[in-house]
Write a protein that binds this ligand. Structure first.
Ligand SMILES: Cc1cc2nc3c(=O)[nH]c(=O)nc-3n(C[C@H](O)[C@H](O)[C@H](O)COP(=O)(O)OP(=O)(O)OC[C@H]3O[C@@H](n4cnc5c(N)ncnc54)[C@H](O)[C@@H]3O)c2cc1C
Length: 381
């Protein structure tokens, strides 16, 4: 039987989305929880998410939205969107869904999400120790752990949950292997001549990414042209798999097939006096100009370009502002339901610190919260 007079001491490394969810979950089961956070406040990144609105989950969360469907499937079947939103509702958050299934707080303000998490932490008396960077986690021979910090000395714990986000390989000295961290969910750099003059324009289109003629990924939605290439949710999602040299093919009119498009273009060419007016009324003027420039007066080529406007991927852009990092602690060494290390019992790893990354639209925060909750519950038991 659990000794209620001396509940487990759970120390959480990192007070981001995963760490705060873990703190509430562990505290609710009676654990004495401390969060060690290297920044001067917890949840700083959370405030920037979703352009300050925090897209915390998505009705369409599914394992296929992640790089490792088999690993995340079991946990997501237990803590899916419904369970996560019920949990948040208990904390006082009123979640709202947009037409694409993305979930935001009703207030449209990320601080509401952080506020309810911090209220939940206060409720279970979880302590926040900020401006404290953990530099090492050392298992003790008598059980439990010592945590060394740069600023605040040493801490001891029965259980440790590492939720330090991407980029920090804190578990490597303990024998855990890491998949190298790389930026993901950022714009794509492409050849710029074909998109000259389009920067700042948004188009609804379908996109296919191919490598050596083989399809790697396909997306449909809205694309934003930039000076250096393409951005927007579609481009960000494609950036998870894109590599330099890949071919990005845009279908600028996915609702029409080539046959009906040919008929339309043929009739327009017969009706307008000048070739430059052929696409007037179909596309934004600047998109029309880019298409006509590339087609060079050839009607058939124009149709083909509308259905297959090719760009060459040159790399990722704006990586300093990437929304997630790919890579992290290798998954085979963790229990997919509790996120406990198979190498060191009592040690957990959650959120982006693991080699898990997901699509845009709430998938990454959902994973951070769900994995934090699961680890917190297990660590407290
Ligand atoms: C601009 C931006 C917008 C985003 N928008 C969305 C969105 O709308 N929806 C979505 O699903 N995802 C979004 N993401 C991704 C999402 O924020 C992350 O996937 C999520 O925050 C990961 O949570 P985490 O707890 O694993 O890591 P983090 O939130 O990164 O938290 C890790 C914490 O650990 C601390 N830390 C690190 N090392 C140490 C250490 N050694 N000792 C102590 N503390 C340490 C850090 O300071 C940090 O506070 C966005 C990301 C960015 C950058």
């Amino acid at each position: 039987m659990e000794d209620m007079r001396s509940p487990r001491r759970v120390v959480i490394v990192g007070g981001g989305a995963g760490g705060l969810a873990a703190a509430v979950a562990a505290g609710r089961l009676g654990a004495r929880v401390s969060i060690l956070e290297k920044a001067n406040r917890v949840g700083k990144k959370l405030l920037k998410t979703g352009n300050g609105r925090c897209n915390l989950s998505n009705r369409n969360i599914s394992p296929e939205g992640y790089n490792c469907p088999e690993f995340v499937a079991t946990l997501l079947s237990r803590i899916g969107p419904r369970e996560l939103l019920e949990w948040f509702a208990e904390l006082g958050l009123w979640p709202c869904e947009d037409e694409e299934g993305r979930v935001y707080p009703r207030s449209d303000t990320a601080s509401s999400v952080l506020d309810v998490l911090r209220l939940g932490c206060a409720d279970v008396e979880a302590e926040e120790i900020c401006s404290t960077e953990v530099t090492a986690i050392l298992p003790r021979s008598e059980g439990g752990f010592r945590l060394l910090t740069r600023e605040s000395g040493e801490f001891t714990a029965d259980r440790v949950i590492v939720s330090a986000g991407g980029g920090t390989a804190l578990l490597r000295p303990l024998g855990h292997r890491y998949v190298p961290f790389t930026p993901a969910l950022c714009p794509l750099k492409t050849d710029t001549d074909p998109i000259r003059g389009l920067s700042g324009l948004r188009v609804k289109c379908a996109a296919r990414l191919t490598r050596g003629g083989e399809e790697i990924a396909a997306e449909q939605g809205e694309l934003l042209f930039r000076d250096h290439g393409v951005s927007g949710i579609m481009a960000l999602d494609l950036s998870r798999v894109a590599r330099p040299g890949d071919r990005l093919s845009l279908d600028l009119l996915p609702e029409a097939d080539l046959h009906s498009l040919r008929t339309w273009i043929r009739s327009r060419r017969g009706l307008v006096n000048e070739e430059r007016e052929v696409l007037t009324g179909l596309f934004h003027r600047r998109v029309g100009e880019a298409l006509l420039r590339r087609a060079g007066g050839d009607g058939e080529k124009l149709c083909e370009l509308i259905k297959d406007f090719p760009l060459t991927v040159e790399g990722l852009a704006d990586t300093a502002n990437a929304q997630v990092t790919r890579g992290g602690a290798e998954l085979s060494a963790f229990d997919p339901l509790t996120l406990e290390s198979r190498l060191i019992p009592g040690l957990y790893c959650v959120g982006e610190a693991l080699d898990v990354d997901g699509r845009c639209g709430g998938f990454n925060l959902h994973w951070a919260f769900a994995s934090g909750m699961a680890a917190g519950r297990s660590a407290a038991r």
